[in-house]
Design a protein around this ligand. Structure first.
Ligand code: CA2
Length: 151
């Protein structure tokens, strides 16, 4: 598909620290390495990615709004904002682009405060618990969903 829209891969707070701390939870891989792997998987599927990270909730909201017309689908690891952000929930509902909530760890198997997902209540689906592989599965799901809707 020559004019295929990109898949946006958006990352929330503290994910820039990946590979430096808490490897027992998040592994040794860095966010830059995840970006490379996502780009490679997307290319195999005939897609490009736009990959970003921010520690600022409003910036993530702005990127979701930007994605409304520009993205085929969105892979979103909102980090801790997953569990708290009505603003991200509302933005996802507003844009009408399928969002795949994505996590390295499995929040359902962790502390109770991670069991609620305001992002997940607005997302199309959730992939969690597979480390960096979660992102690759999410990119794959995003590409398939986009193909189905011909975006
Ligand atoms: O498992 C995930 O992907 C999370 O989104 C990661 C978030 C956490 O708040 C969510 O409940 C689940 C935390 C990201 C923080 O990443 C760090 C990486 C290295 C060192 C410290 C934090």
């Amino acid at each position: 598909m020559p004019d295929a829209k990109p898949i946006y891969v958006l990352n929330g707070p503290n994910l820039n620290l990946l590979g430096t701390r808490e490897p027992h939870i998040y592994g040794h891989i860095t966010l830059a390495e995840i970006e490379q792997a996502c780009a490679a998987r997307a290319a195999q599927l005939g897609r490009t990615i736009v990959f970003r990270q921010s520690n600022i909730e409003g910036e993530l909201v702005n990127w979701l709004q930007e994605a409304k017309d520009k993205a085929a689908a969105i892979v979103l690891n909102a980090g801790a904002y997953t569990h708290t952000s009505v603003a991200l929930h509302d933005a996802i509902k507003a844009i009408g682009v399928p969002v795949i909530e994505t996590h390295l760890s499995n929040p359902a198997a962790r502390e109770e405060f991670r069991h609620v997902s305001l992002v997940g209540q607005a997302a199309k689906g959730v992939i969690a618990g597979f480390g960096a592989t979660s992102y690759l599965l999410a990119v794959e799901a995003a590409a398939l969903i986009a193909q189905e809707s011909q975006t």
